[in-house]
Design a protein around this ligand. Structure first.
Ligand SMILES: NC(=O)c1ccc[n+]([C@@H]2O[C@H](COP(=O)([O-])OP(=O)(O)OC[C@H]3O[C@@H](n4cnc5c(N)ncnc54)[C@H](O)[C@@H]3O)[C@@H](O)[C@H]2O)c1
Length: 264
């Protein structure tokens, strides 16, 4: 069996000015500019975006970048960007900007990308198959190291060099391959069982696409991805722009919703 360990780029050394470990703060934005403070989750999400921009600047051979340029490419304002970067101990030089290579290493280190992240994907149906074939994960340091399903028609097939194995092997294979991130792309009813297997194999980070809430022990992080929720948020913003969303505040007696009309 061949396992594609991906084309993970060599990690840069972490500059010594980096704060020794950065704790996550609860979901909040803002805070004092101090490298010793926990990093808010909103900042962590933006750091990932900065990293994407920095990686493309590095590929273009850029040595420095101004906070304005980096902020514009990341879609945030430059004051917020400087504040985010100060939280991880990074500061630019007035009139010069940030050293792209150094800042990339600092952001990678903060995001924990200076250590390997082998990914196991469970459920190789429509969504899982597309994710398994997406080369961008390996390029950004997340090689797909294991694939699992229960469908006999899928078990034994090979996707981009990785053999699909039966889900019964999750514990053994994930432990053997040092999987650190598990992606759940099974139907909702199988997701908790799959998650339990991943956790018992030592996987401490789970990305869940199934429309269900997973229970995990303390110390295991679950992120849920729901594109329909994102679309609903977009829908809200469109509706608000068109003035069809009531302003926040106590709900006024309103017109019946379509559902109420139909249930009468
Ligand atoms: N979050 C999102 O935005 C989003 C978008 C699309 C789909 N989804 C969800 O992702 C999941 C997969 O969707 P899909 O369209 O790929 O479905 P699918 O039916 O095509 O694929 C599901 C796969 O999971 C496998 N499976 C079933 N039980 C399993 C188990 N115990 N262990 C391992 N594999 C198992 C099936 O054999 C199948 O290959 C669903 O829960 C769906 O609701 C989420």
């Amino acid at each position: 069996m061949t396992v594609d360990r991906g084309t993970r780029p060599a990690r840069r050394a972490v500059p010594s000015s980096r704060p020794p470990g950065v704790d996550l703060a609860p979901d909040a934005d803002g805070g004092e500019e101090s490298a010793s403070r926990p990093v808010p989750e909103a900042t962590v999400a933006r750091l990932a975006v900065y990293l994407r921009v920095l990686t493309s600047l590095l590929a273009d051979g850029r040595g420095t970048v101004s906070s304005e340029e980096l902020a514009a490419a990341a879609g945030v304002n430059s004051a917020k960007l400087r504040k985010d970067l100060s939280l991880i101990g990074s500061s630019g030089v007035r009139g010069v900007g940030y050293d792209v290579s150094r800042l990339t290493a600092e952001v990678e280190a903060t995001l924990g990308l200076d250590s390997p992240h082998a990914v196991a994907l469970v459920g190789v149906g429509n969504l899982g198959h597309a994710l398994a074939r997406y080369g961008g994960f390996a390029q950004r340091g997340f090689p797909v190291a294991a694939l699992f399903d229960v469908d006999p028609a899928l078990v034994g097939t090979v996707i981009d060099g990785v053999e699909v194995q039966h889900a019964d092997a999750i514990d053994v294979v994930c432990a053997a391959r040092g999987v650190t991130i598990g992606v759940v792309a099974t139907p909702a009813e199988a997701a908790q069982r799959v998650c339990d297997h991943l956790v018992s194999a030592g996987v401490r980070s789970i990305l869940n696409f199934a429309p269900t809430v997973l229970s995990v022990p303390a110390g295991v992080e679950v992120r849920k991805v729901d594109l329909a929720v994102e679309m609903q948020v977009l829908s809200f913003h469109v509706a608000r722009r068109h003035g069809t969303v009531p302003a926040a505040g106590p709900a006024a007696p309103s017109r019946p919703t379509p559902r109420e009309v139909f249930s009468r």
